[in-house]
Design a protein around this ligand. Structure first.
Ligand code: BTN
Length: 285
């Protein structure tokens, strides 16, 4: 799984602790929840999602987590690339197993968004909102990207890989280039960014709690928490697919996490897959 141990000294500050110290720090921050997790923190891989899909750990009752300083081909939704910066991002994936015979987990990517939002709210971020299916926004700008992929390979059952990328401190040129649309935790917390081990531990703990709720109650048990943070509730939006788009009012989500779009011809149910949501009009975040 470890592709390279190369870490140029001009990219990472000398004070950055080596990965094994980072792993140990996460375990310390997890406290009583630590036995639930196996943490691997590497210098570089192609993509933490790809690594865990290609080599999914068997279900041993624990959550396997892979964190990478650098991804050579970080994956985003809809075939896009995900860019991250050593020390300026937190980039990780985790594997969650489902009982044999469980149908494809509906609404899981929305559940991951709620867990991330809750963890960040606990750390003091205010004004967090969710953009369907699972972008985490602050003041309308994207702070976190989430990519949920299913693995059925060696896992001997259904497993979901939840990949999360959080912008901690965007390089100044990236901020200028992106202008509005992208933000980082340094801005959301007025510079008071927690260390990555503490942040990762907070996220894992919240994911673990919320996925337990989801395992017993399904998406309906989490739907209210998602709706509370819906950035586009009752606002006009456009749903864009590769070849067509559809406009309407964002009327929330159903019990499977599908978006409900109120259109001139009735309410349409939109499944995540290969579509994205864009605001229409001036007042939307
Ligand atoms: C998106 O907003 O398009 C989703 C971005 C997901 C990025 C994370 S970073 C960790 C994990 N590994 C990947 O290759 N992608 C996800």
């Amino acid at each position: 799984m470890r592709r390279s141990h190369f870490r140029p000294p001009d990219i990472l500050p000398a004070s950055t602790p080596p990965p094994n110290a980072l792993q140990a720090a996460v375990i310390t921050h997890l406290g009583a929840q630590a036995p639930r997790f196996v943490i691997d923190w590497v210098d570089e891989c192609v993509s933490t999602n790809i690594a865990l899909i290609e080599n999914t750990p068997a279900d041993d009752g624990r959550v396997h987590v892979l964190v990478a300083e650098r991804q050579s081909a970080g994956r985003g939704r809809r075939g896009r690339q995900w860019q991250s910066w050593p020390d300026g991002s937190l980039t990780f994936s985790s594997v969650w197993h489902f009982a044999r015979g469980t149908p494809a987990p509906a609404g899981l990517s929305l559940v991951a968004g709620v867990a991330v939002a809750r963890a960040l709210e606990r750390l003091g971020v205010v004004g967090l909102q969710l953009k369907w299916p699972n972008d985490v926004l602050v003041n309308g700008e994207k702070l976190v990207g989430i990519l949920v992929e299913l693995s059925t390979g060696r896992a001997r059952g259904l497993a979901a890989v939840i990949g999360i990328g959080i912008n901690l401190r965007l390089p100044p040129d990236v901020r200028i280039e992106a202008q509005a649309g992208v933000t980082d935790l340094a801005h959301a917390l007025d510079g008071d960014v927690p260390g990555r081990p503490a942040l990762l531990a907070a996220l894992l703990a919240e994911l673990d709690n919320l996925l337990a709720t989801y395992a017993s109650g399904g998406f309906p048990a989490v739907k209210g928490a998602w709706e509370q943070r819906n950035a586009f509730a009752e606002l006009p939006v456009r749903i864009c697919g590769d070849e067509a788009s559809l406009e309407g009012i964002c009327a929330g989500v159903d019990d499977d996490g599908a978006l409900l779009l109120r259109t001139a011809t009735g309410t349409q149910r939109i499944l995540a897959g290969d579509v994205s949501l864009r605001p229409l009009g001036g007042d939307a975040p």
